[in-house]
Write a protein that binds this ligand. Structure first.
Ligand code: ADP
Length: 182
């Protein structure tokens, strides 16, 4: 499903494996220690190869990890992209501990990094909706709102944003939320 924005910009919802889709920048759902993990993080490191972790080791030595709601940049190794933006989503408790702002901040930070790096096409997984337990419907609303706000800005250089959903259930929830938008 595609949502259209002014100047031909698009937000696309797709089902798939984010490591297989060619873009300029792939967003990873990382953890604050930048150690790699399971889920999409494991898949990105396996497909990208050891250069990603080597670059994260340098970042970790310099700044000691990455705060929740923020992101760090590496090259993409063997992945079909130029960059990986490693974003740290919130661990969901009950939604009243700043999780919505932190999740929105992940998307916003990655879109700002995209602008700084001349990225035109960027893909996101459904950050925090796996092991971090964020309810998919709430997370989808935040992802869609934050991306839409960016694409509505005429000054944005990002042309296409893909939300890559790993399973049909997540895709359907995101599509339902997208269809409700004005
Ligand atoms: P988090 O710890 O932020 O919750 P997870 O990796 O556990 O991160 O899950 C985030 C989302 O990424 C989940 O919806 C999960 O199904 C999805 N996911 C897992 N592997 C992939 C993949 N290869 N491509 C796209 N999405 C994936």
């Amino acid at each position: 499903m595609d949502l259209d924005f002014p100047h031909g910009k698009k937000l696309r919802l797709v089902v798939g494996d984010i490591t297989k889709i060619r873009v300029d920048a792939i967003v990873n759902a990382a953890n604050s220690g930048l150690h790699g993990g399971g889920g999409v993080d494991g898949a990105i490191h396996r497909a990208g190869g050891p250069t990603l972790m080597r670059e994260l080791d340098v970042i970790r030595a310099a700044q000691g990890g990455c705060p929740t709601g923020s992101a760090v940049v590496t090259t993409a190794g063997a992945l079909p992209a130029k960059f990986v933006f490693h974003a740290v989503g919130p661990i969901y408790r009950d939604g009243s501990h700043g999780e919505p702002d932190e999740l929105a901040s992940c998307y916003r930070t990655c879109l700002e990094l995209a602008e700084q790096h001349g990225v035109r096409i960027i893909s996101f997984p459904a950050i925090s909706t796996g092991v971090y337990g964020y309810p998919v419907e709430e997370a989808a609303g935040i992802a869609l709102d934050t991306v839409a706000k960016h694409l509505e800005n005429p000054a944005s250089g990002v042309h296409e944003v893909l939300l890559v959903l790993f399973d049909q259930g997540s895709y359907e929830v995101h599509s339902k939320m997208a269809a409700r938008r004005p």
